[in-house]
Write a protein that binds this ligand. Structure first.
Ligand code: CP
Ligand code: NVA
Length: 303
């Protein structure tokens, strides 16, 4: 079973994965043999700390093996993505791919003969959202009725949070003056608006005051942050989004816990003080990527 976007998963599949993730976290020893003899190919076009490490370690903890492939050192650079993916899939039992472009991920998945998991493309970051829901469930005690407010640019992380929340009874309010052009997904937005769980506003203070969880992410995707050709757009976005920063003054008007997928750009979407404060749960959130992805691997690879 692929995980390209959570739009493709039913509520029951997502809830069952979260139940399993919680059990994996509580009883890791019960799962030491779950993927014994299985191999995961990990193809990355972009940099990563959390996704790469948590998948690789997760496979080890499940008794399996992971093969990391840096895109630039493979012959994916020379050949058709689907053809190379088909070959890769004859060696491994599942593939995690972090691709720049969603369409390239779809080409890879259509060539692969084994399940493909999206390790973050320009449109979705589903594994992040599963880990985030696990965190919300742990902190709030349940998902149903929790209220998440996302502030910043509507991007891959935001899309996956919307898809995850509307399938699990989490209310989600998005405070985003703009959508990242590569992330636009009118079909998702329509489903969100029909769900009764979704709201949009530009009043960050009012939204934060009503939030249980306050989430932000970078205004500029990782591959562009230090790209000189993006400098003008970077400066424009910094000016446009600075009013939506999660800072100490905002937290004085809110009781919410602060979440961030990381890496954070301190001083931009969130201040260093907020990151270090007792309200920040970002490190537990990052840890939960490991437990969530072990459950995703078992579901995808048929353990
Ligand atoms: N949040 C996240 O996916 O982090 P990495 O880019 O470090 O994998
Ligand atoms: N929106 C961010 C997520 C990083 C995990 C990016 O795409 O760079």
């Amino acid at each position: 079973m692929d995980l390209i976007t959570l739009k493709d998963w039913t509520s029951e599949e997502l809830q069952a994965t979260l139940d399993e993730a919680m059990d994996v976290k509580d009883h890791p020893d019960l799962y030491r043999q779950s993927l014994v003899g299985q191999s995961l190919g990990m193809l990355f076009q972009k940099t990563s700390t959390r996704t790469r490490t948590s998948f690789e370690v997760g496979m080890t903890q499940l008794g399996g093996h992971a093969v990391y492939l840096d895109w630039r050192s493979t012959n994916f650079t020379l050949a058709d993505i689907g053809d190379e993916a088909q070959v890769l899939s004859r060696y491994v039992d599942g593939i995690v791919a972090r691709m720049m472009r969603h369409d390239d991920l779809l080409d890879l998945a259509s060539g692969s003969e084994v399940p493909v998991i999206n390790g973050c493309c320009d449109r979705y970051h589903p594994c992040q959202a599963v880990g985030d829901l696990l965190t919300i469930r742990e902190v709030a005690g349940k998902l149903d009725g929790a209220h998440l407010v996302y502030a910043g640019i509507r991007n891959n992380v935001c899309n996956s949070l919307i898809a995850a929340c509307i399938k699990t009874g989490v209310r989600i309010t998005v405070v985003a003056p703009e959508v990242n052009p590569a992330s636009d997904d009118p079909e998702l937005m329509e489903a969100a608006r029909e769900s009764g769980l979704f709201a949009e506003t530009l009043d960050l203070v009012a939204a934060a005051a009503a939030a249980d969880f306050l989430y932000t992410d970078t205004w500029i995707d990782m591959e562009f942050f230090e790209d000189d050709s993006f400098r003008e757009e970077r400066e424009r976005r910094i000016a446009a989004f600075t009013p939506y920063q999660i800072n100490e003054s905002l937290l004085e008007k809110s009781d919410a816990y602060v979440m961030h997928c990381l890496p954070a750009h301190k001083g931009y979407e969130v201040t260093a003080g907020v990151m270090a404060s007792e309200r920040s749960i970002v490190i537990d959130q990052a840890e939960n990527r490991l437990h969530a992805q072990k459950a995703i691997l078992m579901r995808s690879m048929g353990a």
